[in-house]
Design a protein around this ligand. Sequence first.
Ligand SMILES: [Zn+2]
Length: 625
Amino acid sequence: MRHRLLASLIVLSAFIPAVAQQTTPGAVVYTVSFPAPEHHVAAVDVTFTNVPAPTLEARMSRSSPGRYAVHEFAKNVYDVHAFDGKGAELPITRPNPYQWNVSGHDGTVRITYRIFGNLVDGTYLAIDTTHAHMNMPATLMWARQMQDRPARVTFTPPAGSNWRAATQLFPTPDPLTFTAPNLQYLFDSPTELSDHVVREFTVANAGGTPQTVRAAIHTTSAPGDIETYFQGVRKIVTEAVTVFGEYPAFDTGTYTFLADYIPGNGGDGMEHRNSTVVTGRGNVRTGLGTASHEFFHAWNVERIRPQGLEPFNYEEANLTDLLWVAEGFTQYYGSLIMGRTGLSDLRRTVSAMGNLADSVINDSGRQFRSPVEMSQMAPFTDAARAVDPTNFDITFISYYTYGGAVALGLDLSLRDRTNGTVTLDDFMRAMWKTHGKPGGPQPGLVAKPYSLLDVRDRLAEVSGDRAFADDFYRRYMIGREVVDYARLLQRAGVVLRKRSPGRAWAGTLRSANTAAADAPNRITTLQAPGTPAYDAGLEQGDVIVGVDGKPVASIQEMLDAIAARAPGDRVPVTFTRGAAAPRTVTLTLAENPDLEAVPMEDAGGTPTTEQKAFRDRWLGSQQRR
Ligand SMILES: [Zn+2]
């Protein structure tokens, strides 16, 4: 361990003069080395030259692109030192928790620090003896007033390791040195250093130029599973392009799936301009649904970019009204493309669509927030941590789900009114042509991000019907109404039906999983407005002691008693709350409202020729069209 540390320090000190000669003047130069990977620590060395102010304001990010809560990456930074261009150590002050101020420099400031990281996912930093899995906002310090500077990064793997780099950063002749044109691109570029498998194939960009799609796979899964995954990725990529009609021009001529499937990992997928981080603890084969979602983001969010995310602010949480499009429409297409490739069978694809409809029809969150308002909740719900409880379970529907349901409703509505000649694919293509394809002044920047009203206007253009677009926008996008999913799905020979018809139901009632004596009887779930339990005045924390005059030993016994009754029955329930004496209220049971979608063949029906054709145009592969 110690000899490795010394070796890496020697590399660091030898590094700076050599690289300074071959780097753009003013470029920010990083080296990242791993003197003690078994302790999950990286050593970072960064040199800022031509510093434009008397005080360099070096910072760790508070946010990370594609994840919307604040994360405080400064927390894992320690052993920070600053030096001037002659190597003299400079004092550091801390004006806030995220910032290191360095004054008295000679135009050059070199900062060295150590950083701990041990979570493999699409946001954080993970280092161990098998790899360094780096999301850059969680790893690299940057400086205010210098975000437009190009950057150069050299990775120094542990001595004796066989690590190679996979990244969307721009390559150089040195396989472990990369560049980025600016901070936005640098921080959009996760990098995996490991002994991984690389598989690739070629696709043409819009101009016909060949570009590479590559999967860098770090996994303990068997070679056959890696092959299955790679072939699945290939099917996904070649199907996804049919929605937009062309691939983006990837900035480096390459798009990379950074797949990391190892026991102990977090499960995640994170989109970037020319790559995605896809992680999980299971077999790599299980990651195709995530790959399908993330690759769609190469267009939708990375280039078709909502205002509010452009440019991404690394100092604050980023707020946009549009995650129901950026994530929700991507969620819908992730499932649709899995269906169109055949990687997901008809039953499973239809079931996923039914789940989207079920959520917006039944979840109580829609009583309080529209898709736009759900999007505005992202900084509090997307991997956010707080100590005090929330009631999001009953007031929030994920913009993935809600936006997916809007996409489903819009796709089917467009197909319904035009007999399949205008579809959501046409809408996505219009968004691409107007907002995505024009690109930006530099890699990492988007010139024409879209607004909420742009969504309405593109819909008006594509449908050729301004009144339809205005109405859909007002009712289902900024409003909280739901389309008639049952009627629309019927056109594709899909039945949306009650999952448990005739079954009595009181709400979502589950018991505590703690050691407390009353745990089996205590309600742990928040009660949703409009449910029998809510209307009767029951709430999370209440301890149920009797149903229908008989004692019960657990919430499960209460549910069993309810299951034996019929919707409409009135059932007395006795409970205790805190230290108060037991009380009895009356539950008026409802029918279980849960919905599921099934092909009508599974519901005793036979689709007509017209229904079969509608279904095939919607769920069949578009590659032969
Ligand atoms: Zn996504």
